[in-house]
Design a protein. Structure first.
Length: 346
């Protein structure tokens, strides 16, 4: 018989064996009767303590529980759609569990894609013409979404349905090369607090479009080279705690941040400070890691000064990174960038 070791003089005590409790048909009938006495609202509250997969299983018990599932506010646990089986589960949840609060949309696997959106990239559409297509338009059924993450999802074109969630607090979109949208579309997310856009080549717009969210935004992290504007357009955002715009085409002068600018800011990601000798400056760096001309904060030292030699030596290394954007103290516009690319290829 298995034993456990006690302490002190207790020595070894035999481990008790417990008879497994088995329910009879009468027991199960009694439990079902008790559950049936609960109202839909009470069952929905109980379901609200379970992950979505468990709720979907529990809803199959009876009609009352199916109705309760529709009322359930699913807790903030991530449901990740990263294969076809998960997508099929999401389709069922669109009507059975519409109060999902957190959703992650990812790749579906080789040979699968979501339905093409408006103004889809024609070349990409031809390449994926034989892929199995899955309808992305089920997403708007989840009107209570509070957190939406889209990562490396097979999307092509514009999808207005992805930007129409009145309760959304967090929006993270990354590495969606063919997804198109303008920052102005975020005005349809009136409660948005956290925004993260990383590596989305076809996202466009001006930072000024975020001003409709000036009283609510707390975190902004954008790394998309076609985003333009002046970062000082966000200076009066009262709740903004974190700002990172290092790999955008956003411009502005760091020294413009005065005593009243960015009152709640704890972290800011702007062009790094550059030093040559005793001189300090800063330079915008684009998404492709090309630096613009240096904006010097200190005057150039005279040739006769003791620090000129160190300044000149370090300046040579710094200016080697300015080849592509020579003559630009801030990132060029998209039209100028395209012109530079054509000249570079020649």
């Amino acid at each position: 018989m298995p034993t456990i070791r006690g302490r002190g003089s207790m020595g070894q005590q035999p481990m008790r064996r417990y008879r497994q409790w088995r329910t009879t048909r009468e027991d199960r009938d009694d439990l079902a009767a008790m559950a049936n006495e609960l109202s839909d609202d009470v069952v929905a509250i109980i379901f609200g303590c379970l992950p979505p997969e468990d709720i979907m299983r529990m809803r199959g018990v009876c009609k009352k529980w199916r109705e309760a599932a529709k009322k359930t506010f699913v807790p903030m646990t991530d449901f990740s759609v990263n294969n076809v089986d998960k997508y099929n589960a999401l389709v069922a949840m669109a009507t059975a569990l519409p109060n999902l609060q957190q959703l992650s949309i990812r790749g579906l696997g080789s040979g699968h894609k979501y339905s093409d959106g408006e103004d889809a990239d024609e070349r990409r559409a031809r390449y994926t013409a034989n892929y199995t297509t899955h309808d992305i338009n089920i997403i708007p059924n989840f009107r209570k979404l509070r957190c939406l993450e889209i990562h490396d999802a097979p999307l092509n074109g514009r999808y207005p349905v992805l930007f129409d969630f009145p309760l959304l607090h967090k929006l993270f979109i990354s590495d969606c090369r063919y997804l198109k949208f303008d920052l102005a579309m975020l005005s349809r997310l009136p409660l948005l607090k956290e925004l993260k856009l990383i590596g989305n080549d076809r996202v466009v717009g001006n930072l000024r479009s975020l001003r409709v969210l000036k009283d609510i935004l707390e975190e902004v992290d954008i790394s998309c080279h076609q985003i333009e504007g002046n970062f000082m357009d966000l200076a009066d955002f009262l709740r903004l705690k974190q700002l990172d715009l290092r790999h955008t085409s956003v411009t502005g002068y760091v020294m413009d941040i005065g005593e009243n600018g960015f009152p709640a800011l704890g972290s800011i990601g702007l062009p790094p400070i550059i030093q040559a000798g005793s001189c300090l400056g800063w330079s915008w760096c684009t998404h492709d890691d090309h630096s613009c001309e240096i904006n010097w904060l200190d005057p150039k030292p005279s040739r006769e000064s003791s620090g000129y030699k160190a300044y000149a030596e370090e300046l040579q290394g710094i200016e080697r990174n300015v080849g592509f954007y020579r003559g630009y103290s801030q990132p060029p516009t998209l039209a100028e960038y395209n012109r530079l690319c054509l000249e570079y290829r020649r």
